[in-house]
Design a protein around this ligand. Structure first.
Ligand SMILES: NC(=O)c1ccc[n+]([C@@H]2O[C@H](COP(=O)([O-])OP(=O)(O)OC[C@H]3O[C@@H](n4cnc5c(N)ncnc54)[C@H](OP(=O)(O)O)[C@@H]3O)[C@@H](O)[C@H]2O)c1
Length: 307
């Protein structure tokens, strides 16, 4: 029988809380958890984990030879702050795993900081969204093999069979996750456009939910996203009440910049990102207002006034 693993977990948000719940369900890990707000800590304590009141408290309660701490925090400043605190508190040979969607350039710097401090580090891109709470999380890991082997047992507890791997050296986990997310932008844009044509094209009143369900039976474009399309249309047949507005969360931008820097064609994914920018500017975008104003100036074409 596999032995248990003791791990610290920081960040019990939408991802972290579900991941921790999956781990606790296996009964194979002793978790010490910390979250900025105390409510999620209480929930996980009820599952049998040990709650910590601060990062210092978490480190103290991880009374094992090699501490292993998983971070599931927003990328950027918040991850940096917690990571820097941990570097001061941990002993040589302890492991930090950054499971958030950090920019791989920042990740590379953190690997270097960790190396200088004698701390081991892995970067892990976790996919699957909140839906993976039930199915298991795909995980792409970057770092060295020895450290990966020390943590694989934990990853196994919340991921999918065959859905986790050491994909490369330091930063590679976050790099692969960044490209994955950029592809996600392109695929979602393609699906969105297709359904818009179904709705506004020559054939009126097509049942979009039924088509999504049909397409999800063995077609070339079947899959996870098509399933989400079916779910969305089941809730709102014409997506009533949803603004045509889409946020972008970083990875799409980083991937497009990376593609430019390497001279790699990245047409579809970059356009999908640009379309999200357009959606965010829809109400106040100066550019389109100016297009309308110029047409009016040179051709007296009518302007649509805001009501
Ligand atoms: N959601 C997804 O579908 C998804 C998928 C893959 C990867 N990710 C990545 O996973 C990471 C976590 O995402 P999430 O969706 O779980 O985020 P989330 O639901 O917004 O949770 C964020 C977590 O960070 C904590 N936090 C926020 N600000 C903090 C601060 N100033 N100091 C300390 N802790 C702070 C929150 O604590 P409180 O509870 O106190 O607010 C919470 O535990 C991110 O890097 C995200 O990009 C997300």
């Amino acid at each position: 029988m596999e032995s248990r693993i003791k791990v610290g977990f920081i960040g019990l948000g939408r991802m972290g809380l579900n991941m921790v719940s999956r781990i606790m369900e296996t009964g194979m890990a002793d978790l010490v958890v910390y979250n900025r707000s105390p409510e999620p800590v209480k929930i996980v304590e009820e599952m049998g984990a040990t709650g910590a009141s601060s990062i210092e408290d978490l480190v103290e309660k991880l009374d094992c030879k090699q501490r292993k701490i998983w971070l599931m925090l927003p990328a950027g400043e918040i991850t940096s702050k917690v990571f820097n605190s941990l570097l001061k508190l941990l002993n040589k040979g302890d492991i930090i795993i950054d499971g958030g969607n950090s920019n791989f350039h920042e990740t590379l710097k953190r690997h270097e900081q960790a190396r200088i401090a004698g701390i081991k580090m892995l970067d892990a891109g976790v996919s699957g969204g909140v839906v993976a709470a039930k199915r298991g999380y795909p995980v792409m890991v970057g770092g060295d093999e020895e450290t990966y082997n020390e943590i694989e047992k934990l990853i196994k507890l919340f991921s999918l069979d065959g859905g986790y791997k050491l994909v490369g050296g330091p930063g590679a986990g976050h790099y692969v996750k960044m490209v994955h997310n950029a592809i996600e932008y392109g695929m979602m844009q393609a699906i969105g456009e297709g359904f818009e044509l179904l709705a506004d094209g020559s054939y009126k009143n097509l049942d979009l939910k039924e088509i999504a369900d049909l397409w999800n039976h063995g077609t070339i474009i079947s899959g996870f996203l098509m399933e989400m399309v079916g779910n969305a249309f089941a809730k709102r047949p014409m997506l009533e009440g949803i603004e045509p507005w889409a946020a972008d969360s970083g990875e799409g931008r980083w991937a497009s910049i990376e593609a430019v820097e390497n001279g790699v064609p990245f047409l579809v994914n970059t356009l999908a990102l640009q379309n999200r920018f357009s959606s965010q500017k829809k109400e106040n975008g100066l550019g389109l207002k100016l297009v309308s104003a110029m047409r009016n100036e040179f051709g007296a074409h009518p302007i649509r006034e805001k009501t």
